[in-house]
Ligand binder design. Structure first.
Ligand SMILES: Nc1ncnc2c1ncn2[C@@H]1O[C@H](COP(=O)(O)OP(=O)(O)OP(=O)(O)O)[C@@H](O)[C@H]1O
Ligand SMILES: [Mg+2]
Length: 238
């Protein structure tokens, strides 16, 4: 594993009496593609909310390079180079596709490609002039990807960016993700349920189950791990 650019140590989160994350440690190296998988309710999105400063951890530390994130507000964390797309995308619905990316670029304090180039990259260039509310949900995620790129991230947190896509669209979007990493060296920390895409694209996989890391490693070894199979399929019956 490359030295971690983004690293969490012993991160826990409770909501009242509900323990959602328990002593989760993780690392994402510069330019690395790391998938975060696990059954529904495992705590994946909550971990992203902690990294991006929308929710505070109950325990533990998260750092990006030299910077401790856990005391910083979300906009400072974003300026350190952590971009994000959401499980439920929320672009500005009444602005056009292009205006959404231009608006994100206004807040950029880091170098990034021009909005038009980012829209071409996510294959929305031909829809630049339409209001975002006319985009289907799967394409709104690609719009959010372009908006996140406009902020010049070093790490992108992607929350189920492939959900709702057809098989051929999945291949196109994983191609886009690889290009983002290969062209700019941006690390991807990527929550995904589409296992074929994870197996083909991720360099390392972290598996969360009931808020704990139950397995971690290269995609093939994680897919063979009995704890992972049990988490997805339930205990085997004789
Ligand atoms: N703000 C909150 N207050 C209370 N409980 C919460 C809050 N946010 C998340 N949870 C709970 O934490 C647990 C983990 O939720 P989370 O959204 O992180 O799961 P997930 O792994 O992203 O699941 P999915 O694959 O379905 O998106 C769930 O039981 C959820 O109800
Ligand atoms: Mg989620």
């Amino acid at each position: 594993m490359r030295p971690a650019l983004l690293e969490g140590t012993g991160v826990s989160k409770r909501f009242g009496g509900l323990r959602v994350l328990s002593k989760v440690s993780f690392g994402v190296g510069e330019g690395e593609i790391v998938a975060l998988i696990g059954p529904n309710g495992a705590g994946k999105t909550t971990l992203f909310n902690l990294i991006s400063g929308l929710v505070r951890p109950s325990e533990g530390a998260i750092r990006m390079g030299e910077h401790q994130l856990t005391a910083l507000p979300a906009h400072r964390i974003c300026r350190l180079g952590i971009g994000r797309t959401f499980q439920t995308p929320r672009p500005f619905l009444d602005l056009t596709v292009a205006q959404n990316v231009q608006t994100a670029a206004l807040f950029s304090e880091r170098p990034s490609a021009p909005p038009e180039a980012l829209l071409d990259l996510v294959e929305l260039g031909d829809q630049a002039g339409i209001p975002a509310r006319h985009l289907p949900a799967a394409r709104r995620k690609l719009l959010e990807l372009a908006m996140a790129l406009a902020l010049g991230p070093r790490v992108l947190l992607l929350d189920e960016i492939l959900a709702g896509l057809t098989a051929s669209e999945v291949s196109r979007v994983t191609g886009i993700l690889r290009r983002i990493r290969d062209t700019w060296g941006i690390a991807l920390f990527w929550i995904e349920h589409v296992m074929r895409a994870v197996m083909e694209t991720a360099e390392r996989v972290i598996v969360l189950h009931h808020g704990e890391v139950i397995s971690e490693g290269d995609p093939r070894s994680v897919a063979r791990d009995a704890r992972v199979l049990q988490a997805y399929l339930g205990p085997s019956t004789p």
